[in-house]
Design a binder for this molecule. Structure first.
Ligand SMILES: [Zn+2]
Ligand SMILES: [Zn+2]
Length: 346
């Protein structure tokens, strides 16, 4: 295994994992845009990840040859055995398990350990080298229970029935998880979606993830009209919360579902009134527990707060190595703005 500018390269197998640029052969862990890029030659991934890639980049750019690998199926390529195992991050997300000449490396991709009604639970696989992310790799990051966070949203809906609750949530994974958690908590009213979330919610439904009644946010009857959807839940990508689009809603309570909402300064800077700490990445304890479970003597950290994690690993007698992969964290929660990190470390 070698670290190249394009990403992790398996030398004997002659293929890349989540490469940042087009390559002849790639194994893709999941559909977020910092892992799944367009225009590879041959793409190996789960059926769900390939479906996400086709929706986001168009069928013709999701790989000239698209090969579905079922969970647990072994594909042998140039003597390297390739296997996909659930990573618990978003629908279809996988760890890549590579076996070659008696040694095993597991590339986790992004992952979390909490139960998520919209995807399969992470499965720890014992290995010689474990490649992990560290998006929330600082001891201050300990995610609360997601169900309790949804409880705070429902409480606010009871307190402010005359206002729309607008929840900023990323289009792949977070939006669907928030919807599924609301359903589990008994919210059975239609949930209204910004247009940017519709296609992926439909895909989740078509792949068997039940989301209940969903509807697009209506267009006001008059130009500049407002006051729509009082007492309802609206989901939108976080970027939409700052646009004129929100003026159609009834005095919206701006909410955001992200692990970064743990950092109060971040929530305030974004104008978030009700921060919901719901993350699709492992928190500090989950990172350390996972490393202990896979029993790898060597751990490589792809992106995130690698210094703190590498230090903590050394104290446990584990060799840690920061890879500083380029182009990671460009999408979704992976992104750690400088001011967030500064506050979290203070
Ligand atoms: Zn991701
Ligand atoms: Zn990522």
């Amino acid at each position: 295994m070698r670290v190249t500018p394009q990403g992790l390269y398996c030398i004997p197998g002659d293929f890349f994992i989540d490469p940042a640029r087009p390559v002849p052969m790639a194994v893709i862990t999941h559909g977020h845009s910092d892992h799944a890029r367009p225009d590879h030659g041959r793409v190996l991934a789960s059926a769900e990840t390939l479906a996400v890639m086709r929706i986001r980049m168009g069928a013709d750019r999701a790989g000239r040859q698209q090969q579905v690998v079922a969970m647990g199926e072994v594909v042998t390529h140039n003597g390297v055995q390739i296997r996909l195992v659930p990573a618990g991050h978003v629908l279809g997300s996988c760890q890549v398990v590579l076996d070659w000449q008696g040694s095993r490396i597991v590339i986790s991709g992004d992952y979390k350990r909490r139960r998520d009604p919209t995807c399969a639970l992470f499965e720890p696989v014992p290995c010689d080298v474990f490649v992990t992310e560290a998006t929330f790799g600082l001891p201050v990051f300990r995610h609360p229970d997601a169900g309790a966070e949804i409880g705070r949203l429902l409480e606010s809906l009871r307190l402010f029935p005359e206002r729309t609750h607008l929840v900023g949530a990323y289009a792949l994974g977070k939006a669907q998880r928030v919807i599924a958690l609301l359903r589990e908590a008994g919210w059975d009213r239609p949930i209204y979606l910004h247009g940017a979330l519709l296609a992926l919610c439909e895909l989740y439904e078509s792949l068997g993830v039940k989301l209940g009644p969903l509807a697009p946010v209506p267009v006001p009857a008059k130009r500049g009209g407002g006051g729509l959807l009082a007492g309802e839940v609206v989901l939108a990508p976080p970027s939409a919360e700052a646009t004129a689009w929100v003026r159609r809603l009834a005095e919206p309570v701006i909410c955001a579902a992200s692990g970064w909402m743990r950092v109060r300064q971040r929530a305030k800077a974004k104008g978030v009134e009700l921060p919901l700490i719901i993350s699709d990445h492992a928190d500090w304890d989950e990172l350390l527990d996972t490393v202990a479970e896979v029993q790898a003597p060597e751990v490589w950290v792809t992106h995130g707060r690698d210094d703190a994690l590498v230090h903590a690993l050394a104290l446990r007698g584990i060799r840690g190595r920061a890879l500083h992969l380029l182009g990671r964290g460009d999408e979704e929660e992976d992104q750690a703005p400088a001011e967030v990190v500064a506050e979290a470390t203070a």
